[in-house]
Design a protein around this ligand. Structure first.
Ligand code: ATP
Ligand code: MG
Length: 439
């Protein structure tokens, strides 16, 4: 392990920006081992970290000043935008030791949100995170907390939608004994509990207007008063708020105070819905499949091709939470192989014509005559289903290689491709999915 040596190199009067960054990186990696260090060593390292941080801040101010001065009067340089790939952006975040807290994905919109979070984390600026339910707002709030200077201080979460209006003030700011019926003793509120740390105001859009006024009062002077008390208590709390509502629109409509919206949203991060980042669904399916298997202490569940296809194309109104829950449900309810039958009833696809089961290796069995109204229609539907099941099982066995499938069943490759097209089967959905026991 490379250790940070704080002794200045002889002959270097001015420390370079890059040099400082390197020292910080070395310090950070040393601190990762802090559980194995003694307390005095940790304290020494923390002091060194603070000194370094001050140096960097000083240097960066100076550099910015010099840059601004030299740029004044000069024509603005034309900077060509540099396109970097999603993978490189994520890699860069990791190299900068950004802590993700289990946040997955390479989607550009998600990366943009993470990059904003990375820049916001070390500051004390309020952050507003919005996005549909289940898009990872709470996770993102934790990422911000974990990457800031308050990381080892409290992270207090308050669900603003779950507190009755009459108790709101006492919940947030605490109360003095006897302040109201039932106030049997002094109690500190969430803001005091979050002192020196972060308070996460979840579902801030649900906060009633009187509560908004009270919150507004604490934001600027960073002072609170417990209910029933005259004493003013200073609180140093970083505020991260989240909502699945459009607060800007609410403030235009008069249901959310505009001044509060602007105070909370100094940094505004919007998390994309899962349907806007479909490219990540395969990754999340396999990640949560493995996670569920680990928790349930069983082998990861195999998905029949049609279930996999369904999961890849489903809309996920409940976003990542819904996908995660689905994978846990499938892992719990299915044996080795999960199929439509293991999906919740309300999202299970309706049988179209006939349903042939057994795409994952079992023999096709006609279980439902569905909507067929004549014998010939029923026969055609049965034949279609058998064809589809045959193709899916074949692709499963050859790991999605159309050429191999054609060879194996002595069929013409373009004929196989035509059949796949007819059934809307994508061979790539079966890649890396080769099933043991194939012929
Ligand atoms: N990018 C991601 N990678 C992995 N897991 C994620 C990601 N985003 C969210 N999750 C997981 O999805 C679930 C829901 O996330 P979270 O509770 O943060 O959502 P939320 O936006 O706060 O939802 P709600 O609005 O319903 O409160 C959690 O289990 C979380 O760990
Ligand atoms: Mg939440």
């Amino acid at each position: 392990m490379k250790l940070y040596n704080p002794t200045p190199t002889p002959g270097t009067s001015a420390v370079s920006f890059a040099g400082l960054i390197e020292k910080i990186e070395i310090l950070r990696s040393t601190l990762r081992w802090s559980s194995r260090l003694e307390r005095p060593e940790i304290e020494k390292l923390l002091k060194q970290a603070t000194t370094l941080r001050d140096e960097v801040m000083g240097l960066s101010h100076k550099e910015r000043f010099v840059a601004a001065a030299s740029a004044a009067g000069e024509p603005e340089a034309v900077v060509e935008p540099v396109e970097i790939s999603a993978r490189e952006r994520r890699q860069a975040l990791m190299e900068r030791s950004f802590i993700f807290e289990g946040t997955f994905g390479d989607n550009p919109k998600l990366l943009e949100a993470l990059e904003i979070a990375e820049k916001a984390a070390p500051t004390d600026l309020p952050v507003l995170i919005d996005g549909e339910s289940g898009t990872g707002k709470e996770l993102m709030a934790k990422v911000i907390h974990a990457n800031g200077a308050r990381t080892d201080k409290p992270f207090i979460s308050v669900n603003c939608g779950a507190i009755p209006e009459s108790l709101l003030e006492s919940e947030l700011f605490g109360h003095k004994k006897g302040a109201f019926t039932g106030a049997a003793s002094d109690r500190r509120g969430k803001f005091e509990s979050a002192h020196t740390g972060t308070i996460f105001l979840d579902e801030i859009g649900e906060l009633p207007l009187p509560g908004q006024v009270k919150l507004l009062r604490v934001l600027e002077p960073h002072e609170i008063q417990r209910v029933g008390s005259d004493e003013v208590i200073a609180v140093d709390t970083r505020i991260v708020a989240a909502t699945n509502k459009d607060l800007r629109r609410m403030s235009q409509e008069g249901t959310f105070r505009e001044d509060l919206f602007y105070r909370l949203s100094v940094i505004h991060v919007t998390l994309p819905a899962l349907r806007e980042r479909r490219d990540e669904i395969p990754l999340l399916v396999s990640y949560f499949g493995d996670e569920a298997a680990g928790q349930l202490k069983r082998r990861p569940v195999t998905l029949t091709p049609r279930l996999r296809d369904f999961l890849l194309h489903y809309e996920y109104p409940g976003n990542i939470r819904e996908l995660r829950n689905l994978m846990y449900r499938l892992s719990c309810l299915a044996g080795d192989t999960a199929d439509f039958a293991h999906l919740p009833q309300d999202i299970r696809p309706k049988p179209t014509g006939l349903t042939a089961v057994g795409a994952a290796g079992g023999k096709a069995s006609v279980t439902d005559l569905g909507t067929a109204t004549s014998l010939s229609e029923a026969k055609r539907a049965a034949s279609d289903e058998a064809e589809r099941a045959f193709l899916e099982r074949g692709l499963q066995e050859v790991g999605g290689t159309v050429a191999e499938l054609a060879r194996r069943f002595d069929m013409n490759r373009s004929h196989v491709q035509m059949l796949l097209k007819k059934h809307g089967i994508h061979s790539k959905d079966f890649r890396g999915n080769r099933q043991a026991g194939g012929k």
